[in-house]
Design a protein around this ligand. Structure first.
Ligand code: G6P
Length: 372
């Protein structure tokens, strides 16, 4: 009903707007009075967590993209080799799993059968399982050795939004927790990142307050029949998620690519008028990734693409090559997905609504897929 939608046209819109709270609530109560991370539900022996030599994240759909984002952070912070795999592929490829493997399942519903089967398979080989889940008492957390709940609140729209940001947040907490436990990082470093994480809800709110530009863009592009998304590093899974949102609710052919892969194939797709979103890393980040992605914007634009650039406020380098420029607050590189995803959600939602589609109940999809 209209009341349940809190004055918004759709649950998806409402849930996009709930993201500052979703991230804040997922962080809440997980720091002790000294600013140290405490995960009460982490009921796996410290000795076991210290001995693990591999992490495998299993998930489906949007949750799997949250896993891909988390991988960059977990490997960087914990120095534990981390794989992310679609649960249905993992289960059937005879994966190498043993007592030293930590499997992390990511699931909004906690009922996705593919993910559940992957978890059971891993447990049979002796792996410990942590589930990051948004639904209290659902099957995945019940069958896992430990659970880290996301506190996004119930998500009604089929296309996931606030659960995604909460999953990234929770997976980051898990990464920091392991780094703390295993002594990979100094306490102060961890505290700094936690403080930066706590600033994210306010930055997400700022994006939402300025969403009108993105909504208008979505409405104006309602007749697009193909949209491409480029990103690099953590921006790569964000690009994949942006494309998925558009497929799910606007039924538009959309694809996400790693920006570095452009020259190895996808650039052949670019022709006059092709809309391309580009998620630009922070100009202050490491490894000159920023300039590489700016070059990619130039390359697609030179071939006729209409560029829609998502970049940090104050990023002067992108201005000359952006047909549309969407700015996001500055943040540490690893935290940028919590911001750069939001305009992509708003865009898909506005575009689908402009086409007259039911954004909450897209055709052929279910919120939770409880069959294999
Ligand atoms: C379904 C939904 C997706 C969701 C995926 C995983 O396919 O339509 O939006 O990302 O399941 O769901 P889960 O509940 O495991 O996060």
């Amino acid at each position: 009903t209209a009341a349940e939608k809190g004055g918004y046209d759709s649950f998806m819109e409402k849930e996009i707007h709930e993201q500052p709270a979703a991230v804040r609530d997922t962080l809440m109560g997980r720091l002790d009075e000294n600013g140290n991370l405490t995960l009460d539900d982490m009921k796996i022996d410290d000795a076991i967590l210290r001995s693990i030599d591999k992490i495998i994240v299993v998930a489906c759909g949007t949750a799997a993209y949250a896993g891909q984002v988390a991988r960059y952070a977990i490997e960087h912070w914990c120095r534990i080799p981390t794989e992310v795999e679609l649960a249905h592929e993992f289960r059937y490829r005879d994966p190498i799993v043993n007592e030293k493997t930590l499997v992390v399942s990511l699931s909004q519903s906690g009922e996705t059968m593919d993910t559940l089967m992957a978890v059971r398979h891993a447990q049979e080989q002796g792996a410990k399982v942590v589930s990051i889940c948004n639904t209290n008492g659902s099957t995945l957390p019940r069958e896992s050795d430990a659970v880290l709940y996301t506190h996004a609140g119930p998500e009604i729209a089929v296309a996931s939004t606030k659960a995604f940001l909460s999953q990234i947040t929770a997976a980051y907490l898990l990464g920091l927790y392991l780094a703390q436990l295993r002594g990979n990082m100094f306490k102060d470093e961890i505290k700094t990142i936690l403080a930066e994480l706590q600033e994210m809800p306010e930055k997400i709110q700022k994006l939402i307050d300025n969403e009108q530009q993105v909504k208008d863009l979505g409405t104006s592009m309602k007749d697009a029949d193909s949209v491409l998304f480029l990103g690099r590093h953590v921006g790569f899974p964000v690009a994949l998620e942006g494309a998925l949102k558009l497929k799910e609710i606007a039924y538009i052919h959309a694809e996400g690519f790693a920006a570095g892969e452009l020259k190895h194939g996808p650039i052949a797709l670019i022709e006059e008028g092709q809309p391309v979103f580009i998620v630009v890393p922070s100009p202050n980040g490491r490894d000159s990734l920023h300039s590489k992605v700016v070059s990619n914007i130039q390359e697609v634009r030179a071939r006729g693409a209409v560029t829609i650039v998502i970049a940090e406020e104050g990023d002067e380098a992108v201005k000359a090559y952006s047909d549309h420029l969407i700015t996001i607050p500055a943040s540490p590189s690893l935290l940028q997905p919590l911001l750069s995803t939001v305009p992509l959600q708003v865009f898909a939602c506005a575009l689908a609504a402009a086409k007259g589609y039911d954004v909450d109940q897209p055709r052929n999809l279910a919120k939770s897929v409880t069959v294999e």
